[in-house]
Design a protein around this ligand. Structure first.
Ligand code: GLA
Length: 368
């Protein structure tokens, strides 16, 4: 029987963090690290999964799609469940998975798996769902089977990525524009803390609730405002008592500012103002650390270390937070020395070795 191979990448995000589920803007791009899925049909109704990196297997039946105790399998089962809601998968399949997207590094290793699986099932059975439908199915799999109420950014970037282009996505209308990324003398370098604090997922869901709480306050006076995208600082100051609800106030303030900052940053990029763009990355980090409170000592340390280095024009934590990577724009010829210094000082303070990845911006999900 025909076997298909599909690849779906992880992602970076240049700016626009924790804005997707607030209907704001994000600026992600797909990267060269990807999940690969090999899939072929079976004549029975069972689904055989092989995780090649973990050397683990899991088998279930199309008629009993439920959560597994194996986390890795849930990303796949979650996608199967989405197909079963809107169509009927006619028979079982064998699926082999491998990935070189580092896990827990904030590069959306889970979205890469979900998108690869969604794309592969769609191709294998010629269902004809479009990329947007597959993106949303992949996101739902994350909500329902991984328990993270994520926005649309990661799955969107994995499906819609384009070589050498970043995407400016409006998460309210789902309109998007590609921007050629002309960094000339700069590399995009990810510095991986090698940690992911355990509270990352639960805190993510809490941030989402805090933003919704802010909207509820604002709606008492402005009933037509449905998201922080449509709110402004005047409304926030009027409707959210900063003394009584400091967390809600700070979360919303950060998001309102970040949505504006991302639009301004997109303009900087378009008009070649790289330094202004980099300054906004630093400002985003400040907000994520002090107002949104999703950073951690390791991430703050890495950003502070490069802040006054003229070879680094922008740096910030990236993704959900509480670990993972910082994203840095570093002069090409200085990249090796900047990284060497960071590795040494991080080892001194945290007794851990850093990893780093130089990003190549790549195409989104597709047959391989
Ligand atoms: C995670 C989520 C995304 C987004 C980012 C923060 O990666 O999956 O939807 O909210 O965090 O910007």
């Amino acid at each position: 029987m025909q076997q298909l191979t599909v690849k779906a990448p992880g992602r970076i995000n240049l700016i626009g963090e924790h804005t997707d589920y607030n209907e704001g803007f994000v600026m992600p791009a797909a990267i060269q690290k990807a999940a690969t899925v090999m899939i072929e049909q079976r004549i029975d109704r069972s689904i055989h999964l092989f995780a090649e990196d973990l050397q683990d297997t899991y088998t279930f039946n199309l008629d009993t799609v439920t959560k597994s105790s194996k986390d890795w399998a849930n990303y796949i089962i979650g996608v199967v469940a989405q197909f079963q809601k809107v169509t009927q998968i006619p028979n079982g399949f064998t699926l082999r998975l491998k990935s070189d997207v580092p896990i827990g590094a904030g590069l959306s290793s889970s979205a890469a798996i979900e998108c690869a699986v969604a794309f592969a099932i769609n191709e294998l059975f010629a269902f004809g769902f479009n990329r947007m439908q597959l993106t949303k199915m992949a996101q739902k799999a994350e909500h329902e089977y991984a328990g993270v109420l994520c926005g649309i950014m990661d799955q969107f970037a994995s499906m819609y990525g384009k070589k050498d282009q970043v995407i400016l996505l409006d998460c309210k209308t789902m309109e998007y524009q590609y921007y050629p990324l002309q960094l000339e003398h700069y590399n995009i370098v990810l510095i991986d803390t090698q940690i992911k604090h355990a509270l990352a997922n639960s805190e993510y869901n809490t941030r989402r609730q805090e933003c919704e709480q802010g909207i509820n306050f604002i709606q008492q006076q402005y009933p037509s405002i449905n998201s922080l995208r449509d709110a402004n600082m005047d409304m926030l100051n009027e409707m959210v008592d900063q003394k009584k609800y400091p967390k809600v106030y700070n979360r919303c303030k950060y998001v309102i500012e970040e949505i504006e900052r991302t639009q301004a940053a997109a303009l900087d990029l378009k008009e070649g103002r790289l330094e202004a763009f980099g300054q906004k990355m630093f400002a985003t980090h400040e907000g994520l650390s002090n107002l949104f409170e999703v950073s951690c000592p390791e991430l703050d340390f890495l950003v502070n270390e490069v802040k006054d280095n003229s070879n680094v024009i922008g740096a910030r934590m990236m993704g959900g937070g509480f670990g993972g990577c910082t994203i840095n724009l570093i002069k090409k010829e200085a990249t090796a020395s900047v990284v060497r210094k960071l590795v040494a000082s991080y080892q001194d303070i945290f007794q851990k070795s850093l990893q780093h990845y130089i990003v190549a911006i790549s195409d989104g999900a597709g047959l391989f």
